[in-house]
Unconditional design. Structure first.
Length: 62
């Protein structure tokens, strides 16, 4: 069994101020804590894909 992987993220999900929160469109901002890389998305699926790439690459250092 290989080393466990750990990746930490800050995820913000919000609607634009001009739009009612229940109507969207929703925006998602994801920041990968270890690399400080941040991206914005309009779907949770795209945000999850971004996070998955880091989860595959980051080994835990002990």
């Amino acid at each position: 069994m290989g080393e466990p992987l750990i990746a930490s993220f800050v995820v913000r999900i919000y609607a634009d101020a001009e739009t009612a929160a229940d109507q969207g469109p929703w925006r998602v901002t994801v920041r990968h804590v270890q690399s400080d890389e941040e991206r914005q998305f309009t779907s949770l699926e795209d945000a999850a894909t971004f996070m998955q790439q880091f989860a595959k690459e980051v080994p835990v250092r002990g």
